[in-house]
Design a protein around this ligand. Structure first.
Ligand SMILES: [Mg+2]
Length: 197
């Protein structure tokens, strides 16, 4: 179902967007990212890295497990690495035309937010280029919360003062962890169509 049609049937006031592969698709070498977080985690816990490889966990799961076990210092190392990785590795992006058009045409009608696992410099550059930066009420990036999706930490930062009526909030994303995060927040989820150019 098209997003506009979905929103005719399901009345919402707040829309939370994931960023990568939802609004744009970032060109990043995820093998480089995975080997970086493996290297950082190995210094704390070789067994955890072995579990990650044996059970074919996703990078995001390895990081969440590490943060739960080793706390702030480990988290800081991950954030520093992620900032550096995106700064050095990002080689371009393509745009999800349907979603960008929707944001441009509807930012008066809805309050819009971003909840992303990417860092602020990457997101800010990209949104400013598309003249979308000012359209968002709040932009919550990887540096601003502890556990990544599907945990609800980012959601709690978006609505740190007051959580609106949850039936009026929609989460839009591309991945299984976006969908699970929405479930954990008890809000509806809409999966984006693939229209990158
Ligand atoms: Mg995504």
């Amino acid at each position: 179902m098209k997003l506009e049609n979905y929103l005719l049937k399901n009345k919402k006031k707040h829309i939370i967007f994931d960023f990568d592969e939802t609004i744009v698709k970032l060109y990043l070498d995820w093998d480089v990212f995975r080997s970086g977080i493996k290297r950082i985690t190995s210094n704390y816990d070789r067994e955890l890295v072995e579990k990650y490889e044996k059970e074919k966990l996703r990078g995001i799961d390895l990081m969440n497990l590490g943060i739960q076990k080793y706390g702030k210092k480990y988290w800081e190392k991950l954030i520093d690495f992620t900032l550096e990785f995106e700064k050095k590795n990002l080689s371009g992006e393509s745009v999800n035309r349907e979603i960008v058009k929707f944001i441009l045409e509807n930012s008066e009608r809805y309050k819009m937010y971003i909840w992303s696992s990417n860092t602020l410099p990457t997101i800010e550059n990209s949104l400013r280029r598309m003249e979308l930066f000012e359209r968002f009420e709040r932009i919550v990036t990887r540096e601003m919360y502890s556990l990544a999706k599907p945990y609800t930490d980012g959601f709690e930062v978006i609505f740190h003062d007051e959580v609106p009526d949850k039936s009026k909030i929609l989460m839009i994303g591309d991945s299984g962890s976006d969908e699970k995060a929405a479930q954990n927040c008890r809000i509806d989820f809409y999966k984006v169509g693939y229209d990158f150019e």
